[in-house]
Design a protein around this ligand. Structure first.
Ligand SMILES: C[S@@+](CC[C@H](N)C(=O)[O-])C[C@H]1O[C@@H](n2cnc3c(N)ncnc32)[C@H](O)[C@@H]1O
Length: 179
């Protein structure tokens, strides 16, 4: 009986968290929880050349797939930080990172309320409204020379330095900017 009550409470809690997140994503303009495919991450890694001691951020990091790949490929990166707002992907990311010897830190925060002044490279896979809001933040907070890499969604009215057009549809592009 006691176990049944605990199980119902846990399932109820999970259902509540998922419903809140569903409505935030559907109505609040938050980007949905979809991971970047590994072949896209590999392509981004090919294009990156992080300087020694630099700081790399993933905004809306989910399970931090980009940061884990960057840490594997570039041991010269000093700081790797993931920002994730929603509890479930945050928890999954934390667990995945804790299973390896890693410098990656995952913070449970809203990217729009997080200061990015320390970042040298920022990776995002978010959505159109978020990129419009982030453009202003990047301009205000990022130091000169910060590289922004965004999958699928560019920064509105800002000419990218480079765009990689991947096969598989109109949206399948990687945008590169330097602030
Ligand atoms: C499309 S997924 C990308 C996940 C991961 N970056 C990747 O490329 O595999 C977008 C992620 O951003 C998170 N997210 C959406 N809005 C956010 C916000 N305002 N602040 C922090 N994270 C957010 C979502 O929960 C989700 O995990």
């Amino acid at each position: 009986m006691f176990l049944e009550i605990i199980s119902i409470a846990v399932l109820g809690f999970i259902a509540l968290v998922l419903s809140v997140q569903f409505f935030q994503i559907a109505l609040g303009g938050y980007a949905p929880i979809i991971p970047t495919k590994s072949k896209v991450i590999k392509r981004v890694m090919k294009e990156m050349s992080p300087k020694d001691g630099c700081a790399v951020y993933e905004l809306g990091c989910g399970n931090a797939g980009f940061l884990r790949a960057a840490e594997n490929k570039f041991p010269n990166i000093k700081k790797l930080v993931g920002i994730e707002y929603f509890f479930l992907p945050y928890l999954i990311g934390k667990i995945q990172v804790s299973l390896r010897d890693s410098k990656i830190k995952i913070l449970k925060k809203d990217v729009l309320r997080f200061n990015m002044n320390e970042a040298d490279i920022i990776y995002c896979f978010l959505n159109k409204p978020m990129m419009a809001k982030l453009k202003e933040k990047f301009k205000k907070e990022c130091k000169a020379g910060t590289q922004i890499i965004s999958y699928q969604f560019g920064l509105p009215d800002l000419e990218p330095e480079k765009v990689i057009d991947l096969e598989g549809g109109r949206k399948n592009k990687i945008y590169f900017y330097t602030i």
